[in-house]
Structure formats: structure tokens, C-alpha cells
Write a protein that binds this ligand. Structure first.
Ligand SMILES: [Fe+2]
Ligand SMILES: [Fe+2]
Length: 297
């Protein structure tokens, strides 16, 4: 049995104190947004409780599907690196970036370097870039980047043709090795699952790659709600699971943050996968099992 833990969108705070004149215009927007919304609805206390529970579950691996930070400040990128190091060993934690990590082009350069130990292929010779592959038998994690800097008030992601083609090739070859292929991407690859300004551009390319080569599971974040859907695969539909923000406080009638555990094994030679969601059922309550469901087999 292989256990993967999945958390997303921690939006680590608080933001370092910044002077307004140090903020480029897009960051000024984002900073004001953070002060108004996220600072109130996200918090380290709930995230810390979830991570302690996650560590008690002793997963074989941890996946983080993006939006580690808020407005791409260098100090945020560096703080997230420290947070990742505390989350687990480099070989046991895999990260893909989100739109908030890529807030401005400079941020992409900075996180690409700082977070490389958690988002590069096993084989150094394969270099950095996306998709990257980390094989932890019987699982193969395939990291895709949908993170691009956008105009103010936009939160779109993008998959280009080159990355989609490489994804299809990678999935095809991992499928021949009989591995349980898990694709990690920040933006949900389901058409119509986000408002227009938050959508994944090139989502149809991603879906074509998965439909032609197949995959066993797709994990994403971005929407700050837990969701289960499916997209066509090569031999069978592929479950697509969205994790909510792990830092979410219960507010405005919405539940607080949670994380997901996937238990992957084989029964009669066929892969099986069960998913458990863990979080607090009520504000301030203990972390407990919120739901269990079979995704595969
Ligand atoms: Fe987010
Ligand atoms: Fe996002």
C-alpha cells in the first residue's frame, strides 16, 4: 500500500511588511486583496493543525499543488522554501507552482531556483522544466506547470503545446512501465469549472494528452474547494481531484481547510485507490475523517 498526501493552496502568510512604493502595480492590487480577504480567511493555525495530522498519517509521499504564496515577493519565495523543508525530505515532497507563485515574471525565476529540489525529475540529466517525473514505485508523479504571470485581476493558467506533447509522451511511456500515473497541476483541467478569469488556457490540450496516453489520477488545487470529477482516459475515465486551500478558516458558511490521503494498492493485479479527506468538521474542532471514497478499482 502506497499512501500519498495531497494539500494545496496554503497561501503562506503573513506577508512581510512592504512599503507601497516597493510594489509593482500588480503586486499593489494583490497586497490590497490579501489585506482585505485572504488575511482574514486564511491562517497559520488551521494549516499547522492539518500538517501535524498529515505527519501522524505517515504518508509515503506528499504532493503540494501550488499557490504556496500570495504575491510572489522574494521574501515569500524564501519563506516557502523553509516551509517545504519542514514539510518533508526533498525526495518525499513534490510541488507544482500556481498562479500566485508566478505573480510576476521575476517570481517565476526565483521559485524555479528556490523550489527546484521539490519540482525536478529524478534524473538530473533530464534537467529542470515541465513536465517532470518522479517515480516512487508503484507511483509515478508527473508535475505539470500551468503557472504563468498574468495581468492584474486575472488568475488564468496556461498549458502550451510543447508541454502538452511532452506530457502525452511521458504518460505513454510510464503506462508501459505499469506505474500508477498521478498528474499534478494547479489549475483544474475541467472545462467550465472556474470563472473565466481563473480558467486554464490550453485545458483542451491537457485533456487530449490524458485521453491519448491515459493516467490513473489527476490532482489539482486553485478553486479552494474539495471536488471530484473525471476526464476521459485511454482505457477508462481518469479521476480528477481538487484539494481545497489547506489554510482556510471556516467562514461565510464555507468549511475550513482539509487535505487528502490516497491509498494506492493492487487487488487481483488491478490498481485500486481510496481517497480520504481529513479536516475539522466544525470551527476549532479536531482534525477528523470527513469522507472516504473509492476512486479506482
Ligand atoms: Fe489559491
Ligand atoms: Fe490559484
Amino acid at each position: 500500500m502506497f499512501t500519498l498526501a495531497h494539500l494545496s493552496d496554503p497561501h503562506l502568510g503573513p506577508l512581510p511588511n512592504v512599503r507601497w512604493r516597493d510594489l509593482a502595480s500588480k503586486r499593489a492590487f494583490g497586497y490590497a486583496n490579501w489585506r482585505r480577504g485572504r488575511a482574514a480567511s486564511l491562517g497559520p493555525a488551521s494549516l499547522q493543525a492539518l500538517i501535524e495530522d498529515l505527519h501522524r498519517a505517515e504518508p509515503d509521499h506528499i504532493a503540494v499543488t501550488g499557490d504556496l504564496i500570495n504575491i510572489g515577493l522574494p521574501a515569500e519565495v524564501d519563506a516557502a522554501k523553509v516551509w517545504l523543508a519542514a514539510l518533508g525530505e526533498e525526495r518525499d515532497v513534490t510541488v507544482v507552482p500556481g498562479n500566485h507563485d508566478a505573480y510576476l515574471p521575476g517570481a517565476v525565476r526565483r521559485f524555479t531556483e528556490a523550489w527546484a529540489p521539490w519540482m525536478t525529475s529524478d534524473e538530473e540529466a533530464e534537467g529542470t522544466g515541465f513536465p517532470f517525473v518522479r517515480v516512487r514505485e508503484p507511483v509515478a508523479l508527473v508535475g505539470v506547470s500551468s503557472a504563468v504571470a498574468t495581468a492584474p485581476l486575472m488568475a488564468t493558467g496556461r498549458i502550451g503545446e510543447t508541454q502538452a506533447d511532452a506530457l502525452a509522451e511521458t504518460l505513454d511511456s510510464l503506462g508501459r512501465d505499469d506505474l500508477f500515473r498521478i498528474v499534478l497541476i494547479h489549475h483544474p483541467p475541467i472545462a467550465g469549472s472556474t470563472p473565466w478569469h481563473k480558467r486554464l488556457i490550453g485545458g483542451s490540450r491537457f485533456r487530449r494528452a490524458v485521453a491519448s496516453a491515459g493516467a490513473e489520477l489527476v490532482l489539482h488545487g486553485h478553486n479552494h474547494v474539495t471536488s471530484v470529477a473525471a476526464i476521459p482516459g485511454r482505457d477508462a475515465p481518469v479521476p480528477v481531484v481538487g484539494a481545497t486551500s489547506a489554510s482556510l478558516h471556516p467562514h461565510e458558511g464555507r468549511p475550513g481547510g482539509s487535505y487528502l490521503l490516497y491509498r494506492i494498492g493492487r487487488e487481483n493485479g488491478v490498481f485500486v485507490c481510496e481517497m480520504e479527506e481529513r479536516g475539522a468538521a466544525k470551527p476549532g474542532g479536531p482534525i477528523e475523517t470527513l469522507s472516504v471514497q473509492r476512486l479506482q478499482g
